[in-house]
Design a protein around this ligand. Structure first.
Ligand code: T4K
Length: 386
């Protein structure tokens, strides 16, 4: 029982948890359902290349989200790259720096300059005014990110894109099962990109998808993910290998069967965290809009300067207890080596991104967490900071 600082592992006590608690522990559906499908895949010897399970998976995702097309891909990063190509983005594209590095890399990898715009400190999502300030004659598009599953300011960004004739796409890697104005994310902008990586609320081991209501765009992306082939011996489009494999689709289908249970468990975890962290000075738990659907996958704290410990002291103390909390997405993409020199005026242009990078802690969540674990994490933080 942790009551005071002397009970903490950083002060020599044994760690609160014998085994590590991870932020990204995969949520896995019925093992037998997956293994049955896996056996069938082996027996049928149809392993990839738009197989029957990938097609079934795409139909189920599109139906779940209420969008016309779901184009499944091997991962979220390649899905971003293909969507960027299919939309014809070039020159400069405006993105938040406060996101996972893949959002920026997907542009840079294709010779496009990611131009970082600051976030709104209240939402941690792109600030439309900051985006407006970064538009130049070379700008071809905007990529909004629905960070932590909370929708980017979609209407404002769409208005900006329309005004300046820019393409607008969304990195919806965090946002499967989340809504904006009561409509599922997946149907906004020109297209939206999901990640189904193992660490996501809903996973296909590795995987991703682009969703869109645009028939032509969907067709182009289907070609591009398969080298541009149409039938045998005929390539009609430049392309790459972005295909999802049958095993991943099988995992996705098994996990889709329990996806609403996963979201409900995440929501309960979130409520336990809220209860256990209540009243802790300088620690605020990022809230989800009760009027919107959310997967409640990310448990995000902001540590302000009046907390009894710094963010880095909190991370250190939690790690000592075997709670492998993360500093996602410190220091922001602009602070990572490939982009640092391209963006020398970050303090002036990205003050809220920098502050978020200094303040954020992401705590373990998912089906493996139980209320006692969460109470224990609350007790650790109370002893450390209270
Ligand atoms: N856009 C955004 C906004 C994203 O957040 C991401 C991915 C993408 C685009 C790109 O989508 P993908 O190409 O990845 O589909 C992780 C994930 O690898 C990455 O998918 C995710 N975002 C990002 C937020 O987190 P790392 O390097 O922090 O993951 P890692 O390996 O440290 O795993 C996190 C924890 O999860 C570990 O402590 C252990 C646990 N874990 C992980 C795996 C893979 C398990 O218990 N089992 C596992 O199989 O990036």
């Amino acid at each position: 029982n942790i009551r005071s600082k002397s009970d903490l592992a950083i002060h020599g006590a044994p760690p609160a948890f014998a085994a590590p608690l991870h932020v990204g522990r995969p949520n896995i559906g019925n093992h037998d359902a997956f293994l049955d499908q896996a056996r069938r895949i082996l027996e049928s010897k149809w392993l990839t290349n738009n197989g029957p399970l990938v097609q079934a998976f795409e139909r189920r995702i599109a139906a779940y989200l209420g969008v016309k097309h779901c184009v499944a891909m091997c991962n979220g990063t390649v899905a971003l790259e293909i969507a960027i190509r299919a939309l014809g983005l070039e020159g400069e594209v405006i993105v938040p720096s406060w996101t996972f590095i893949a959002t920026a890399h997907a542009l840079y990898w294709q010779g496009i300059t990611p131009v970082f715009a600051d976030i709104d400190p209240r939402t941690q999502n792109l600030d439309p005014d900051a985006v407006r300030r970064m538009i130049t004659p070379r700008t071809s598009g905007i990529i909004g990110v629905h960070l932590w599953g909370r929708a980017a300011p979609i209407n404002e960004l769409q208005a900006l894109a329309d005004e300046h004739q820019l393409k607008l796409m969304f990195d919806a890697a965090h946002a499967f099962g989340c809504s904006y104005n009561k409509q599922f994310i997946g149907q906004f902008g020109n297209c939206e990109v999901f990640s189904f990586h193992a660490t996501k609320a809903f996973n296909t081991m590795e995987g991703g998808a682009v969703t869109t209501n645009d028939d032509e765009l969907a067709e182009a992306m289907r070609l591009m993910r398969n080298f541009g082939f149409i039938g045998y011996d005929n390539v009609i489009h430049p392309g790459t290998n972005g295909k999802m494999i049958e095993m991943c689709a099988a995992m996705g289908l098994a996990n889709l069967d329990i996806v609403d249970e996963i979201f409900a468990a995440n929501r309960r975890n979130h409520e336990h965290y809220r209860h256990n962290l209540a009243g802790l000075r300088g620690i605020s738990l990022l809230a989800y809009d009760p009027n919107e659907s959310n997967n409640h996958h990310y448990v995000v704290l902001e540590i302000s300067p009046d907390c009894g410990a710094t963010r880095d002291e909190i991370i250190e103390a939690l790690h000592a207890e075997n709670v492998l909390a993360r500093k996602y997405f410190y220091p922001g993409c602009h602070g990572m080596k490939p982009y640092r020199d391209m963006f020398p005026h970050a303090e002036l242009l990205l003050p809220h991104t920098i502050t978020a990078g200094e303040r954020v802690v992401v705590l373990p969540a998912g089906l493996d967490m139980d209320p006692e674990d969460i109470a224990q994490i609350g007790a650790i933080l109370r002893a450390l900071c209270g």
